[in-house]
Design a protein around this ligand. Structure first.
Ligand SMILES: [Cu+2]
Length: 162
């Protein structure tokens, strides 16, 4: 199985890359909303949970008996993706692993190269400044092969911008 640590590390990298192109979001943990909890060292801020719907292409599927295999999807940009600080930072189109499926979600009948529409829920939790993502696929549906997907940049306004 893919460990949560691995998934979180990849997610953090994913988020980091996304944050880089958003002025003002380079250091999510240092925002005014999180410094209070960080300085007191008491209670972690409340988890931030959001569900996203996007489309993509199956790049790889988990193979039974092969712990190194996993579901990877190249997904379209997610404009509304919420970062660790609770602000919308967006996510560019990218390939990322989705190792966890909610109960009842199946990959049966899906093959590499299939186009899909899916939803996933991400929760940021942990201490301010070092929040970790954790995401689970909630639904998965195959799209017609001739569906046109767009793998581009997110359209997320810069914080404080027009
Ligand atoms: Cu991503």
């Amino acid at each position: 199985m893919i460990t949560t640590d691995k998934a979180a590390a990849i997610a953090a990298a994913c988020f980091f890359v996304s944050a880089l192109s958003v002025p003002g979001c380079e250091k999510p943990g240092t925002s005014a909303t999180s410094t209070g909890a960080a300085s007191t060292g008491q209670t972690d801020p409340a988890p931030i949970t959001h569900t996203y719907k996007t489309r993509g292409i199956i790049m790889s599927l988990p193979v039974p008996g092969n712990p190194a295999s996993e579901l990877q999807i190249q997904h379209e940009a997610i404009d509304g993706f919420v970062g660790a600080s609770g602000e919308i930072v967006g996510m560019n189109a990218m390939t990322m692993p989705f190792p966890r499926l909610a109960t009842g979600v199946t990959l049966d009948g899906l093959a590499k190269g299939d186009k899909v529409e899916f939803t996933f829920t991400n929760t940021w939790s942990g201490p301010a400044g070092s929040r970790r993502p954790d995401w689970v696929v909630d639904s998965m549906a195959k799209l017609p092969a001739d569906t046109e997907l767009v793998f581009g940049k997110k359209q997320t306004p810069a914080p404080g911008g027009p």
